[in-house]
Design a protein around this ligand. Structure first.
Ligand code: ATP
Length: 316
């Protein structure tokens, strides 16, 4: 392994200050600041084109910043890439490999580049690829290709892994497998920076979530702080027959309350939810012969916080 200074050993996993990256007239990253402590799992969330992949690829040393500084494990990812490469694992978006290479061959090839690789057979089993070890890459399912790509990122025992949408296209069972593995990595002190469009993934795994849009950080925090900060804006939701007169219901509530039919038959009351409001809504429904089903009062989930902050839909 390359010579690594004491300072680099104790440095944060990632430190980004004022990062700017342009492609022609497009500013993909526009003054982004980010710091990520060692041993943490940070999820970068953002709508399509927010600048997530560009940020991650800059950290990996594949792109040069136009302005700002990027340090990964204390090192400059472009100028000190030789020292950094053996210490990080990279899973690019969509993976990729020679189409004819078999799963196990591919992983063994990558393992030969590492000083202390993990056991290839074990890693294939853990990722549910044991039965597919002799299958050529092009014949693996999309989810299997993703898992092989993840295995390639992990086989060198990296201190820090960059995962760009690691579970995209996986079925729920495979996704669960990957989540377990990521949880185990974190427990082992490995730092993980991942991008995702899946709120439940961020909520389930991340110590910290950073929401970016337009190449800038919109907000950051733990999944629970991000949702708790907006607890005062808790919502009351219920389902009933479509087409209720939401204006009439809002009029029955104190001034300032709003009622939306967000999808046919799905209603949302916005405003401070207290016992009186719940009682007013149910009484109004009773008066109008409406059966309010699945009535619930809840904090916003991360998905709703995301939509509120960016005003944009996530890719499915
Ligand atoms: N190589 C490139 N050449 C030109 N424009 C690019 C290039 N790479 C990214 N961009 C543009 O930069 C912006 C940010 O792209 P980026 O891929 O970083 O976003 P993202 O948040 O990862 O999006 P997605 O969730 O769709 O992967 C987009 O407008 C994109 O079109």
């Amino acid at each position: 392994m390359s010579d690594v200074s004491g300072q680099a050993r104790s440095a944060p996993a990632v430190e980004i200050t004022g990062l700017v990256k342009r492609f022609g007239s497009t500013t993909a990253v526009d003054g982004l600041d980010l710091d990520m402590p060692r041993g943490s799992l940070l999820a970068l969330l953002g709508p399509n084109g927010a600048g997530k992949t560009t940020t991650v690829e800059t950290c990996e040393g594949f792109l040069c910043p136009d302005a700002g500084t990027v340090r990964v494990l204390g090192l400059d990812p472009v100028r000190e890439s030789a020292a950094l490469r053996p210490r990080i694992g990279v899973m690019p978006q969509g993976g990729g490999a020679y189409p004819g290479v078999r799963a196990e061959e591919m992983l063994r090839l990558v393992a030969t580049c590492a000083a202390r690789p993990l056991d290839v057979g074990w890693l294939l089993e853990v990722l549910g690829l044991g039965a597919a070890r002799r299958v050529p890459f092009k014949r693996l399912s999309g989810g299997q290709q993703q898992r092989l790509s993840l295995a390639c990122a992990l086989v060198g025992r990296p201190e820090l892994v960059f995962l760009d949408e690691p579970t995209a296209g996986m079925d729920p069972q495979a996704r669960r497998l990957v989540w377990e593995l990521l949880g185990a990595l974190r427990a082992d002190g490995v730092s993980v920076l991942l991008t995702t469009h899946l709120m439940e993934e961020a909520e389930a795994l991340a110590d910290e979530v950073v929401i970016i849009d337009g190449g800038r950080v919109v907000v950051r925090g733990t999944p629970s702080t991000l949702t708790a900060e907006r607890a005062e804006a808790a919502q009351l939701r219920f389902r009933a027959r479509p087409g209720l007169d939401t204006g009439l219901l809002a009029a029955a509530l104190p001034e300032g309350y709003l009622v939306h039919e967000s999808a046919p038959g799905a209603y949302r009351v916005e405003g401070t939810v207290d016992p009186q409001v719940v009682s007013t809504v149910t009484a109004w429904c009773a008066r109008h012969g409406v059966l309010a089903e699945e009535l619930q009062v809840g904090r916003r989930n991360l998905e709703e916080v995301f939509l509120e902050l960016t005003g944009k839909e996530l890719r499915g």
